[in-house]
Design a protein around this ligand. Structure first.
Ligand code: ZN
Length: 235
């Protein structure tokens, strides 16, 4: 069979329309997942994910585990959120068949603290931290996007202060951040780019939604530059 130019025209138009409808449907789907991680502990990750579009159609949940010190992805696991839970039925989440419970081989990832993120329909719906020294109930709350810059003990970055912070501590890499204490009070733990920092310094140029991250050398501050990143409150 050969197609006339007119037929080809019509066919490509129809295909384009179908593609639009398909992507449109995906977008609607992506916006309709809700859920949470209830626990991340030594055995695994438990929670629920509800399909707001089709209540009894279980969602596939992707669990992404990232080493918080290195920022490297340790694992990506998938599971179906289709487990019955009475409490979920009581909350009016369909018939309550939207729980998930996935075992996680933490030992195989080595030492450290891990960021656990869950996705359904391409959308991240919950985040938790798990690891040594992190309470199981610890939860991250997004503070939104901050402007982040970097500084070091050199004269150009810190004047005559060197590594001394305004709270009297000695600044440490992967630990110290300089903040506007009116926005982030001293002592607050903030996760940026997978690393947990403590707000313990301030600088004249750090105002509002701006965080200055401490590094050991000026070279590192240069390569960090300026980045707009999501900051999380570690509770
Ligand atoms: Zn410097």
């Amino acid at each position: 069979m050969t197609l006339t130019v007119k037929q080809i025209h019509w066919l490509s138009g129809a295909l384009l329309m179908m593609a639009f409808l398909w992507f449109g449907a995906l977008n609607i789907f992506a916006a309709q997942a809700s859920g949470i991680i209830d626990y991340a502990d030594e055995t695994g990750v438990r929670g629920w994910a509800f399909n707001n579009t089709e209540a009894d159609q279980p969602l596939e949940v992707k669990v992404v585990i990232t080493n918080q010190a290195s920022g490297q992805t340790a694992d990506e696991l998938t599971t179906q959120a289709s487990m019955y839970r009475e409490d979920l039925a009581a909350q009016g989440l369909g018939s309550g068949n939207c729980g998930f419970d996935i075992s996680v081989p933490w030992e195989s990832y080595g030492e450290g603290a891990f960021l656990v993120e869950t996705y359904a329909g391409g959308q991240r719906f919950s985040t938790k931290l798990y690891g040594k020294g992190i309470p199981a109930a610890s939860q991250l709350r997004s503070l939104g996007v901050f402007r982040t810059t970097a500084y070091c003990p050199c004269r150009q970055c810190s004047g005559g202060w060197g590594g001394r912070t305004s709270t009297g501590t000695i600044a440490k890499a992967n630990h110290t951040i300089s903040v506007d204490p009116r926005v982030i009070p001293y002592g607050t733990r903030i996760m940026i780019n997978g690393i947990i920092y403590t707000a313990e310094d301030r600088g004249g140029g750090v105002k509002g939604n701006h965080i200055d991250i401490f590094f050991n050398s000026h070279g590192e501050t240069r390569s960090y530059g300026l980045r707009n990143v999501e900051a999380f409150l570690v509770q």
